[in-house]
Design a protein around this ligand. Structure first.
Ligand code: ATP
Length: 296
């Protein structure tokens, strides 16, 4: 569904049959996906699934072995125009600690042909009180907000956000979600990688779950939940997991996916297990079922 890359529902990124093999591992093994303008697409997967390799190839930081990448329906490689239209959430450790917040924003602005107004960016990310503060004196959360702000400094059409809310408290995370959704509503295509499944569920239009270099499933969060066949999930302490055949154990908890909730609850109660929770399945449950791993 590639069109000219300039209109509302245009494809801003198309990846076809991408491969990257290292001597001992097929890090990316023939994956394809696309991102449209005004869409948030999440790439999820357990450690080592191939997410970073995929994203860094697209960003032009690593070479691919095979496959095609198309940016904005027009470009096959990261040229100057692509660089000007792509935003990346830099990790906080790539900051210059002695620069102030406004100096940092100005530095990043200078790398691009066009950029957002510094004052506007600072307001959006609620960094007004820290404009003159050196990076070394920011809290972890403030640094993280600045890192995300810098991804939008050039008013990009395609944005890569790698763990954008890591280390933020729940309130600050929700604030940042609102900001990200606002940018999405302006038509930016956003690629999100996150270890927070609730974040992916809240924000994503489409989710691609990777494991061992492959995309093992794709769809909207609700589509993935519906097609997973999960009806309800019962969470209970891991020490009682032997009561059922098909439970997933992750940390101190066991997760039973069942269509027969009543029988499962009866079994737990008959075994004097009363500290359980019954709930609707989430994206995290789909992830657990598909990969057998809890993301952390
Ligand atoms: P994480 O969530 O832990 O960041 P990931 O999904 O981003 O994981 P990648 O970093 O893309 O995974 O790694 C995919 C696989 O490729 C892993 O098995 C990793 O060990 C391997 N790999 C990555 N980079 C290299 C490299 N430069 N040389 C050899 N193997 C590599």
């Amino acid at each position: 569904m590639s069109n000219n890359g300039e209109t509302g529902s245009a494809t801003v990124l198309e990846v076809n049959n991408l491969k990257k093999y290292y001597p001992s591992v097929k890090a990316v093994d023939d994956i394809s996906f696309e991102v449209n303008a005004g869409e948030i697409v999440s790439i999820l997967g357990p450690n080592g699934a191939g997410k970073t390799t995929t994203i860094e190839i697209i960003e032009g930081l690593r070479t691919k072995d095979e496959g095609e990448i198309s940016y904005f329906g027009r470009f096959k490689e990261v040229n100057n125009e692509v660089k000007n239209r792509v935003g990346v959430c830099f990790q906080e450790n790539s900051f210059f600690e002695d620069l102030t917040v406004s100096e940092t924003i100005r530095l990043y602005k200078s790398l691009y042909e066009k950029s957002l107004d510094t004052k506007e960016l600072i307001e959006i990310f609620e960094l007004e009180e820290k404009v003159k503060t050196r990076i070394r004196h920011l809290s972890g959360g403030q640094k993280q907000r600045l890192a995300v702000a810098l991804a939008f400094v050039n008013d990009p059409d395609l944005v890569f956000l790698d763990e954008p809310t890591v280390g933020l408290d729940p309130h600050a995370r929700r604030n940042l979600w609102e900001i990200i959704l606002k940018f999405k509503s302006q038509g930016k295509g956003i690629v999100l990688t996150t270890h927070y499944m609730d974040e992916a569920q809240q924000l994503s239009d489409k989710v691609y779950i990777m494991d061992h270099g492959n995309i093992i499933t794709a769809g909207s969060p609700q589509e993935l939940i519906n097609s997973s066949g999960l009806e309800s999930v019962i969470e209970f302490p891991e020490e009682s997991s032997a009561l059922f055949e098909d439970v997933i154990i992750a940390g101190e908890y066991a997760y039973l996916h069942t269509r027969d909730t009543v029988s499962a609850i009866r079994k737990l109660l008959e075994s004097n297990v009363t500290n359980f929770v019954v709930r609707q399945p989430t994206l995290e449950d789909v992830f657990l079922k598909l990969t057998g791993k809890k993301i952390d």
